[in-house]
Design a protein around this ligand. Structure first.
Ligand SMILES: [Zn+2]
Length: 410
């Protein structure tokens, strides 16, 4: 009996080692070159049936609050209600939710969910800009660049983080920072603001190499964040900060300031634009079950959103879509019976949950984002929105749906 157990254990260990080696070799061998990408067909956008006719937005600002669920939102709203203050959340014309999923089910990670939002196609955990089989998917940003949009990314996380990377890069290896940075430098992206992280560890290059890679495409701004003028105005820009330097509203710079500079730069280009703003704080804080950091992060999100909505209202041609990639922490706001009617935060987990997450929209085209149920439907609609041809017909301010729309992958 003892020998039998020993043999079984050894067999199991050998099998596990073989499986691990095969998995590792496979993972290493499928790194996708950033040039000559043969894109997966993904979903056929021409098959989306939409009963919709309204003004097509010139610009799109997509705000992704990583890890933010409805309880995070409730916490933010309660804080305003207790002070009788107006809340930015009430200002959105469209308020709904979506089911943040991976290809295989109701749980997801940032890479899979951001890829769904960026490309309109569900994919597997850890997949950045590729479908479940590893084939590259054309992203909203890549399509927008083809159509002469200017594109930008602002994040309070590191610049090769899975969420922004899904809009630019195509890889199965979320940890290969050098590859993601190289793909960013070889893309058509016009602006990137974010942080450095884990310099010199594993596949993460040191700061000098990171800046060298980025400077192949971008003019690197200094801390003044002064936008270049003259002939340099039209050239791509990057602003790179140290790890955890972009924190909450009190940090310099903060997410709001970076977003302000980004919108100023994009407006100056005098072209339609798509801007992604990512706030990582809800995810980072919720993985640690750090309630105070959640509260600080919510302030950062709200302040930045207030600015973006104000910009959209004044500018008049900018759609704002706010959402999350998944919920983190299973946060619950419950009664604090020792200090009633005060509330307290409880956590169910330090991981992601399968909870549905907020999806809000405002500005021209906002109604297009009502009644969405899956994360990839956001990507489908964003891609279709930039692709819509308004150049024909009597009223070119109207989106023409159900006609002449060909699959943009062709
Ligand atoms: Zn997470």
């Amino acid at each position: 009996m003892k020998n039998w157990k020993k043999t079984s254990l050894l067999t199991a260990i050998v099998l596990l080692l073989v499986l691990f080696s095969v998995f590792y070799l496979f993972k290493m061998s499928i790194t996708i070159p950033s040039s000559d990408i043969e894109f997966s067909p993904g979903s056929d956008l021409s098959s989306i049936k939409l009963e919709y006719s309204a003004a097509k937005p010139k610009n799109i600002v997509l705000f992704i609050a990583d890890g933010m669920g409805f309880s995070h939102l409730s916490l933010a709203m309660h804080a305003h209600q207790s002070k009788n203050e107006p809340s930015v959340w009430n200002e959105f014309e469209i308020k709904g939710w979506h089911d943040a999923r991976s290809y295989y089910g109701p749980l997801t990670d940032s890479e899979a969910s951001a890829t769904a939002i960026a490309t309109g196609t569900a994919t597997n955990f850890g997949h950045i800009g590729i479908d479940k089989d590893g084939k590259a998917l054309k992203s909203l940003f890549e399509m927008a660049s083809d159509l002469q949009y200017t594109t930008g990314i602002v994040t309070d996380s590191y610049i090769w983080d899975g969420t922004p990377a899904a809009f630019i890069a195509h890889t199965r290896n979320e940890d290969d920072a050098r590859d993601i940075l190289t793909q960013i430098a070889e893309s058509n992206l016009n602006l990137i603001f974010g942080e450095l992280e884990d310099l010199g560890e594993d596949d993460v290059p040191e700061k000098d190499e990171t800046l060298e890679i980025l400077s192949r495409r971008f003019q690197l701004l200094d801390r003044s964040l002064e936008i270049p003028s003259g002939d340099n105005l039209s050239k791509p820009i990057a602003a790179i900060f140290n790890e955890d330097e972009v924190q909450d509203v009190s940090s310099t710079p903060n997410l709001t300031q970076l977003t302000q500079v980004a919108l100023k730069y994009l407006l100056l280009q005098d072209k339609p634009f798509v801007l992604l703003v990512e706030c990582e704080e809800m995810d980072a804080a919720s993985h640690e079950n750090d309630s105070n950091r959640v509260v600080q992060g919510l302030k950062s999100i709200q302040e930045t959103l207030s600015f973006v909505l104000d910009f959209s209202r004044k500018q008049g041609e900018t759609l704002v879509v706010f959402t999350a990639d998944h919920e983190t922490g299973g946060l619950a706001v419950v009664a604090d019976f020792d200090n009633y009617p005060k509330t307290q935060i409880k956590w169910a987990t330090k991981d992601h949950t399968a909870a549905v997450v907020p999806l809000f929209a405002d500005g021209p085209g906002a109604e297009y984002f009502a009644n969405i149920h899956r994360n990839w439907e956001i990507g489908e609609r964003l891609k279709k929105m930039v692709h819509l041809d308004t150049s024909q017909g009597k009223d070119d301010s109207k989106i023409k749906l159900g006609q002449e729309l060909t699959n943009p992958e062709n």
